[in-house]
Design a protein around this ligand. Sequence first.
Ligand SMILES: [Zn+2]
Length: 268
Amino acid sequence: MTDENFQIFLSYASDDKPTARFIYDALRENLLDVWLDEEKLLGGEEWEIEIPKAIKKSDVVLLLLSNHSITKEGYFQKEIRFALDIANEKPEGTIFIIPLRLEDCEVPQSLKKWHYIDYFDEKWFDRLIKAFKERSDGIGKILHSLKTEFDLSFICDVCNNPINIYKNEGQIYILREELFSARRKSEELSKQKVVPSSELEGTIAHWHKSHFACNKEVDSFYDIEIYRIRTLQKLLIWTSHLMWKRWLVNTDWPILIRDILGKEHEIL
Ligand SMILES: [Zn+2]
């Protein structure tokens, strides 16, 4: 394995830009490293130089095919030719060009030898990831480049198996009863002058992890699907969102965060 990122070049015609953007976001959500012109080109950089360079450096080129893109003259046609030139230097059978048909359209003759994927097939994303995976394994690169650093992991308290964060297999939640009793207790204690620390535990409601396979019915006060907080950044966003809620002081959110991040992130 190298520590270089697996690079995907996303090529599209300008008419297909909204779809290209959506596909880009879906790939980025899955922590893939994607080259998209409007994200990567810096002001003043010459795209006629930078784009071929980026294609050359990429591990796969994803070509978005539509009735516009295959018939219209434009830079997209040039990108196809660059990609084909580079593909010709690769060993036979290498996955390098992946045509993605956005609609039912004719695949240009020059691209016919490449296995295409249909965006209108509901399995398009899985198929795409499978193709990327085959390519990344072949060259010894890690597909989800940021995974080790930013992905969070959740282990089920019941079966001890990981809860798959990409498949919406679980949630974290706070129990209604626990929260209400914690608030009641903290109100009571606020009237006392001296509060023994042993009493403080009762003012906390704990966040629980739930694995849908093990634990379906939960009467919770607040829950967040695990797939929505699967990265460090998302966790931070949720935390800041919850900071506006008064009941947050009655939960062990800080403990949960430390638990999710693991020991290596503790402040020494
Ligand atoms: Zn479980």
